[in-house]
Write a protein that binds this ligand. Sequence first.
Ligand code: ADP
Ligand code: ASP
Ligand code: MG
Length: 815
Amino acid sequence: MKIIKFGGSSIANYENIQKVFSIVEQKSGKEAFALVFSAFGGVTEQLLQCANIAQQSEESYHTILQELEKRHLEIAKKLVPVQQQSTALTFVKVRFNELGDLFHGIYLIKECSNRTMDYVLSFGERLSNFILAAGLQAKGISTTYVDARDLVKTDGRFGHAKVNFKSTNKLIQSYFEKHEGIKVITGFIGSTDKGETTTVGRSGSDYTASIFAAALGAEQVEIWTDVSGVMTADPRLVYTAFTIPQLSYNEAMELSHFGAKVVFPATMQPAMKEDIPIYIKNTFKPEEEGTRISKESGEGKIIKGISSMDNISILNVQGPGLVEVVGVSQRFFGTLANNGINIILISQASSEHSICVAIASKDASRAKSVIEEEFRYEIQSGEMAEIEVVPDMAVIAVVGENMQHNPGASGRMFQALGRNNVNVAAIAQGSSELNISAVITQADLQKALNALHEAFFLSDYKVLHVFLVGVGLIGKALTKMINNQLGKLQEENMLDIQIHGMANSRYMKFHEDGFDLATVGPPDENDEPMDMGKFIGTMTEMNFSNSVFVDCTASQDVADIYEQILDSKVGIVTPNKKANSGPLDTYKKLKKLAGQRGVRFFYETNVAAGLPVINTLQDLMLSGDHVHRIEAVLSGSMNYIFSELEKGMPFSEVVAQAKEKGYTEPDPRDDLSGMDVARKILILGREAGQDLHFEDVDIQSMVPEDCEDAASVPEFFEKLQKHDGHFQQLLDEAKAKGEKLRFMATLENGKAKVGLNSLDSEHPFYTLKGSDNMILFTTERYNDFPMIVRGPGAGADVTAAGVFADIIRLGNYSR
Ligand code: ADP
Ligand code: ASP
Ligand code: MG
């Protein structure tokens, strides 16, 4: 004998019921089973709503009730052929007449006790089971409708009645002995000895199935729902959750106690007592294995699953009056218990100075007032501080028997939470080591679940959540590159990158699930106007684990908020050199903050685009090397200009040509001034461990003095012509010595210099052509021959590639 239960979601409408019937038909004739059904999906909730509306003396419950009746009649008509419909339709109509009277009574007396509510709710299961029994009968399967109130005997705690197993088991056994056919049993409901209707708790039909299984010594219980078993986390909150193939009764109980709604916690008890396995199966994917719940915990990771409860409040009592005073806790917990307030989690520090409990938020204000009343003298005398209630909290729990033998679960749990900036307000671990729970703010719940899921189940798989500011040439190239490479990254590097926010200087847009990178374009007038504060606000609100802020602008305003971003534990990747070449204090503060907050701040592309310059330097420093000298050609445009000059064109014409080819900034003075190169050598100097200020950099500008204040670019070019002779002379002098002119930066003896140098053929820069960059590091280790990095040091593609590499590096670091 098997007990097979289908939940409300499996029978929510006619189409779903067809799926259920085909599962039942396949089993019919081949094996012995009984069926338990919930109410049709959503019906219990609507009955509850009707009762609450009627209680407030509002008539609008009529509308809901009419809809409910219509829905039941329609399903009955579809399932049962016309000739056999009358019994089912009469049953439905009579029940709805009774319900109408019942609600009218509630409406008149403005009251609905727990007792009445249980009676109201019982209609859901009675209606669905009667109709489904008739429907199966019509298909030629001989069924018997069983009103569980005749068999399941309980005490009078309406709403969550306790089952009297002795009498219940007897009644079930004798009923099954005497009655033929496949029993179709109402879940969820029972009755007291006096015959009053009770319910065993919301979602309790699972429990009914287990009660019948235990009474009948069934070989298994099957619980059919809309997911393929108990999953590693609530799939609505963690999209990477997957089915757990095997769970022990205790693990299943613990997970469901802490919010895994898929199976009702008490279900495990009767089955466990008789050692009957429970299978959780998917009505819509019956071929999938689902979850088996039995004595064995089975193989698996250190934990089995993660669950959570929201709408929690913390109640804190503290004060000297608690220390070593026997009986305080007893009074505290006794008061809560006497007032029917359920405690979800307790945490007390060994100093005994405070006790903290987590309770459902609906109980919070009542709990506060009963505790205040109980301890009014202690509070008055100051032995105890005011009772504190912290609302909007959630409890998150990791569950698994394997934790008993494996140290490190809590370490991994709190590391993952900490790394994602989830603050933990209280912690509890049961002595069975089956569960570690933490109380966190509700706003962090989804992030925390995902962070834990990743840490425990997907330690090899990482999802980075990117917020991109600056969708110009670099930003566009970057999104394209990510899109092209994503499949490979997911498969080979177990790394997924999702872009959730995008902004340019005028507009911004967001996507909760991540933009489709194949089609996404920059934000435009159909999106929100850009507001940096709002952008950061939304990023913080989305509250993803592993968030990365990517700044592809050259904006000082964006650089100014790095501190705030790092402080909220979001990593930064950027080619924007404003932050690192600004005040020395800012540079130091950002690095320190990133370290303190355990996040990454990567800016390889600050200098020489994608060339490995900063990384190389950082690695040298980390491994204990000392930098003696850095010589670098760090401006592709300047190198182009001075190597072209050798071909005989006047200086002003070379500059004009470079501008035309897009090698210079729109105003070439921005390159010729040497300021950009100065910022770069400043950053390299700082990375090499020197406390450099921008003012310390000795800059030899290539903009002749009288050209500096030219009002426009054409005017600048006109004035520049007058200096062609000067540059020609410099070139001739160099040529006479067999040397070449190179615009370069040098760092030596703590001094940074930027300017034009004449170099002989021995120097590595002598052969440097075009717009390439080249950097020489002379260090303690690379002394006789410097380390050389050379290659294209500008351009959207190489910069984007460098940014992309930094993002991947950041993903690998956070594993
Ligand atoms: P039924 O109508 O069959 O009783 P429920 O809605 O009560 O179904 O329970 C199934 C739902 O439980 C799933 O659709 C899923 O959204 C939710 N759920 C929460 N936590 C988990 C979990 N850990 N594993 C599977 N489902 C879960
Ligand atoms: N119908 C009841 C409820 O919604 C019981 C159940 O579905 O298991 O709570
Ligand atoms: Mg359920």
